[in-house]
Design a protein around this ligand. Structure first.
Ligand SMILES: Nc1ncnc2c1ncn2[C@@H]1O[C@H](COP(=O)(O)OP(=O)(O)OP(=O)(O)O)[C@@H](O)[C@H]1O
Ligand SMILES: [Mg+2]
Length: 283
């Protein structure tokens, strides 16, 4: 059975107003679909249109041309806009700009209050959301005292409390240290695998995309490549021409191949090391 698509873009175009009043086209006919329950990574150079894509996914922006469906609902359907935003949660880059509550639990409550959820139900949802991101011990903590990774987990709890089907991380790890980055990525993977949340991870770190179901590469407002990580990352030259980095393991193998070593394509370090050891032992 074909997986159900949660998000589909059909020939989507979008423009911003330029400085001299002209319209500047930043999405030029994007077609893509994101399957329910999948983990999708979006890569692309600065200004390639990734954040615009994300904002179109949860109706913060509406397409100029073409059509976007979220669970079959057109994002241009004005009556469904709040339902779409509840359904498609978004985490941004700067953890400090996203926290509004005086305590962690107040912060998670914020979206629920806006939705008019009743207090008893709210209590349950806050506890459940904090538990799901592993921040239950910090319910009464002041957010400014938390690490960057913890703040992003609280932002994710705020989304989880709304019972979303998709979480979009728009470079949510970009301002974090390696530990914070790892915390947020572990959490995103766990929510995807164990709670069935569809994840769209927009990132500049190609390593974050290795274990995705699909990778979408944007260039200059268009989808340059789309496929399984192995399909996308095996095209090293094409990615490098687009100014994009590939995962470390892929780069090392690419350089060794150029030096005449015969190595199969691998995305994971352990496998590459194993092939290398075998090769060196049989020399
Ligand atoms: N509010 C805006 N007004 C005018 N132009 C904008 C606006 N937001 C983005 N742009 C332009 O649209 C293009 C796409 O921007 P977008 O933010 O979607 O790219 P991005 O891939 O997310 O980039 P980055 O990697 O830097 O986050 C860029 O050329 C950008 O300058
Ligand atoms: Mg961006």
């Amino acid at each position: 059975m074909k997986p159900e698509n949660l998000l589909t873009f059909s020939d989507v175009t979008f423009s911003y107003d330029g400085e001299e009043g002209q319209r500047v086209k930043v999405l030029k006919g994007v077609d893509l679909s994101i399957a329910k329950g999948s983990f999708v990574s979006v890569l692309g150079h600065n200004g390639s249109g990734k954040s615009t894509l994300a904002k179109l996914m949860n109706a913060l922006l509406l397409p100029e041309g073409g059509k976007i469906l979220v669970s079959g609902v057109d994002t241009k359907d004005g009556e469904m806009i709040w339902e779409i935003r509840r359904h498609v949660g978004m985490v941004f880059q700067n953890p400090d700009n996203q926290i509004v509550g005086a305590t962690v639990e107040d912060d998670v409550a914020f979206g629920l209050e806006n939705m008019g959820v009743d207090p008893k139900e709210m209590r349950n949802r806050i506890d459940e959301a904090l538990l799901s991101v592993g921040m239950e011990k910090y319910a009464l903590a002041q957010p400014y005292r938390l690490s960057g990774g913890q703040k992003q987990r609280v932002a994710i709890a705020g989304i989880m409390a709304m019972r979303p089907s998709v979480i979009i991380l728009d470079e949510a790890t970009a301002m974090l240290d390696p530990q914070g980055r790892q915390e947020v990525m572990h959490l995103a993977r766990r929510l995807n695998r164990e709670e069935g949340i569809t994840v769209v991870n927009i990132t500049h770190f190609p390593e974050e995309a290795i274990d995705s179901d699909r990778v979408i590469v944007m260039e200059n407002g268009e989808v340059l490549m789309e496929g399984h990580p192995a399909e996308v990352f095996s095209q090293v030259d094409r990615l490098q021409q687009a100014g994009l980095d590939v995962p470390f393991v892929v780069r090392v193998r690419h350089e060794l191949i150029a030096k005449g070593y015969d190595l199969p394509f691998e995305l994971h370090q352990e496998e590459l090391v194993e092939h290398l050891c075998r090769l060196l032992l049989t020399r």
